[in-house]
Structure formats: structure tokens, C-alpha cells
Design a protein around this ligand. Structure first.
Ligand code: NAI
Ligand code: 3PY
Length: 333
């Protein structure tokens, strides 16, 4: 099959040589966009990371396309309806990141709880003042986990190790996990009112867009922490800014933001057509958010450990081979 791997770092391109000789392989460093898609229009299989937006505008350039092998767990960057209508299958990597992402959530949680970033910035300037650096312990606090899939369950295991109480919400609760890991499912509103720290581990879908907005922040405990390693648009950033400005939240640790490509490539915004009002608002809100001293933002790196990226490429190769052999794996249904 003609296979094109986009967003491929050199080591990934080398790893992809493990694909069987039956395939014609092209590795491209850049992300896939409507500007470069036509160059690869005979591809039957494409693989991208999450920075390529695979919507109709891009995918219509690929008349031969049969499989998208996304090198991610999340698939909100792909137009599922278009793919279904065009008989394009999608395979993801569902289980590379539970440990890696859950550990990053705790890195953010501890950093937010102990003001780690301002503390380190201060000592780097030779300032050893302890003013405003008194934090909180995790032990004995209640963690609210939204989404008890692979990453959420791993986060719960870590939380139990810290001596935290755990409450959780999931649209598809897993009672045996609750019994085995020692946590309690609650309705979403109750979780918000009981949790000292809320951590998000659910996918971005039309149903989860702005799941946390003004009403949900109002329902949270004053002084609560929010951790988001899931997807940016699950949290309304204007509402989050209001909650921080009003002192409702103590701090937030965020690995993801809405409109990440816009934030990352701001110069592009001014080269292209004027932004829609909604996107402009998201961009402005992100900027305000980035200036709060009690907000820690990492650049969507929760997935990024040596172990996890090796698992991603290994599974992607397996996904492509399995599809080519007629016994597809990890298809999103
Ligand atoms: N920041 C990063 O680098 C990474 C972020 N992620 C994000 O983490 C998300 C979760 O990953 P996994 O735990 O592996 O997925 P998973 O599929 O194992 O678990 C997701 C859970 O969310 C639940 N869920 C779905 N809709 C919900 C709703 N409306 N309310 C409450 N729960 C809901 C599901 O029932 C499921 O239990 C991914 O979808 C992805 O967006 C994943 C990997 C890396
Ligand atoms: O695997 C995913 O869904 C990611 O977000 C990787 O960054």
C-alpha cells in the first residue's frame, strides 16, 4: 500500500522502515494541511500526530485513502463523519499513555499545589524569599476524576498512593474498577462540590465541549485546583479566567488549550483570512490565562516520554500491517 507518515521525526521515519516491503513508504516532516495534501494524493494509508487537522478540506485530496493511522489516543482532530461517508477507516493507539499521561497530571498537580514554578523562578534569580509559597498537601484531599478510562484509572492508582480520597464521574462507570481501586462514583455536580482537585481524563466530543463552564466553576469548592491533560475545549477558558480572577480556584495545571494550533503558530493568524469571532475570543482568552501566576501550562507534552512514543510508533506500525493483512486492529468505530 502507499503509506505516507506525516509529522515524522527522523527516528520515527527510521522506525517506520520496519514496515514490510509490500508498502511504498514516504515520511514527511511537516504536518498535513490543505496546502500540501495534493502532493500526496495517491496515498492509501496516512499517519499523522494530533497537529494535522484531518477535516473534509484536507481529506478530499485523497481519493485512494483507506486508512488513517493516527499516532494518538484522541481522535478529535479527525472528521469521523466524513471518514464514515467515504469508507475511510481510522485506527488509533488506545493504550500507550496511561502511565505517562497520569504521571504528568500529577506533575502538574504537585507543581500547582506547591507553587513550584514561581519558587524555582525565584531561586534562579537568587531570591530565596518564601513569601506566598505556602502550599497544600495531597494526602487526605479529595480528588475528582472525570473519565475513568485507562488514564483516569492510572491517575486513581497514583492518588491512592498519595493517600487521597477519590471520587469519580464517567458516563460509562466501571463498578469493578471502583471496588478494586477504592473510589466512589458520584453524579458530576456532586463530584464538583466535593473535590479539592478535579482532574480531567475524558475525550473531546460534541458532548464534552465546555463541560466546565461558569456554572461548574461556581459549583466547585473555593480554593480547588483544576488539572487538564485531556483536551483544551473541555474547559471554557473565559470561564476559567473568571474563576481564577475571582479567587474561586487556587490554581490550574493545563497541558492542553483550546485552539492549540492557533496559539502555537500565531504569526500564521495574521497571514490568513480574518479569524472567526469564536476563534479570536479563544485566542485572547488563552493569552490572558497564560499570564496568571497560579496557572501552569505545558505545551501538550503529557504524552511525551521515551517509553510512550516508542509504544506509539510500534502500535502504529502494527495497525498499518494488520489493516493491510485484512485483520484490522484498534479501529475506531
Ligand atoms: N495530553 C496528552 O498528551 C494526551 C491526552 N490524551 C487525552 O486523554 C483522553 C483520555 O484518554 P484515555 O483514558 O486513554 O481514554 P479512554 O477511552 O480509556 O477513557 C476515556 C473515558 O472517558 C469516559 N467519557 C467519555 N465521555 C464522557 C463524558 N461526557 N463524561 C464523563 N466521562 C466520559 C469514557 O466512558 C471512558 O471511560 C483522550 O481522549 C485524549 O483526549 C490522551 C493521551 C495523551
Ligand atoms: O494521544 C493523544 O491523544 C495525545 O493527545 C497525544 O498528545
Amino acid at each position: 500500500m502507499k503509506v505516507v507518515i506525516f509529522e515524522a521525526e527522523e527516528w520515527e521515519a527510521r522506525a517506520c522502515r520496519a514496515l514490510s516491503g509490500n508498502h511504498e513508504l514516504t515520511c514527511v516532516k511537516e504536518r498535513l494541511t490543505s496546502d500540501n495534501a495534493a502532493k500526496y494524493s495517491d496515498a492509501e494509508v496516512i499517519s499523522t500526530f494530533i497537529n494535522s487537522r484531518l477535516d473534509a478540506e484536507v481529506l478530499r485530496h485523497f481519493p485512494e485513502l483507506r486508512l488513517i493511522a493516527t499516532r494518538s489516543t484522541g481522535h478529535d482532530h479527525i472528521d469521523l463523519a466524513w471518514c464514515a461517508a467515504e469508507d475511510i477507516e481510522i485506527a488509533n493507539v488506545p493504550d500507550y499513555g496511561d502511565v505517562t499521561v497520569a504521571e504528568h497530571s500529577f506533575a502538574l498537580m504537585l507543581a500547582a499545589a506547591r507553587y513550584l514554578v514561581p519558587a524555582v523562578e525565584r531561586t534562579r534569580r537568587g531570591n530565596f524569599s518564601q513569601d506566598d509559597l505556602r502550599g497544600i498537601e495531597l494526602r487526605g484531599k479529595t480528588l475528582g476524576v472525570v473519565g475513568t478510562g485507562r488514564i483516569g484509572r492510572r491517575a486513581i492508582e497514583i492518588a491512592r498512593g498519595f493517600g487521597m480520597n477519590v471520587v469519580a464521574f464517567d458516563v460509562d462507570p466501571d463498578s469493578s474498577a471502583a471496588a478494586n481501586l477504592g473510589f466512589t462514583y458520584l453524579p458530576f455536580a456532586e463530584l464538583l462540590s466535593q473535590a479539592d482537585i478535579v482532574t480531567l481524563h475524558l475525550p473531546a466530543t460534541p458532548q464534552t465541549q465546555d463541560l466546565l463552564s461558569d456554572a461548574e466553576f461556581a459549583a466547585m469548592k473555593t480554593g480547588a485546583l483544576l488539572i487538564n491533560t485531556a483536551r483544551g475545549n473541555i474547559v471554557s477558558v473565559p470561564a476559567l479566567v473568571r474563576a481564577l480572577a475571582e479567587g474561586k480556584l487556587r490554581a490550574a495545571g493545563l497541558d492542553v488549550l483550546p485552539q492549540e494550533p492557533l496559539v502555537r503558530e500565531e504569526a500564521e493568524v495574521f497571514r490568513g483570512p480574518p479569524l472567526e469571532k469564536e476563534n479570536l475570543e479563544a485566542l485572547v482568552a488563552n493569552h490572558v490565562l497564560l499570564r496568571f501566576p497560579n496557572v501552569i501550562v505545558t505545551p501538550h507534552v503529557a504524552y511525551n516520554t521515551h517509553e510512550a512514543v516508542a509504544r506509539i510508533i510500534e502500535t502504529t506500525i502494527e495497525n498499518i500491517e494488520a489493516f493491510a493483512m485484512g485483520s484490522p486492529k484498534n479501529l475506531i468505530v
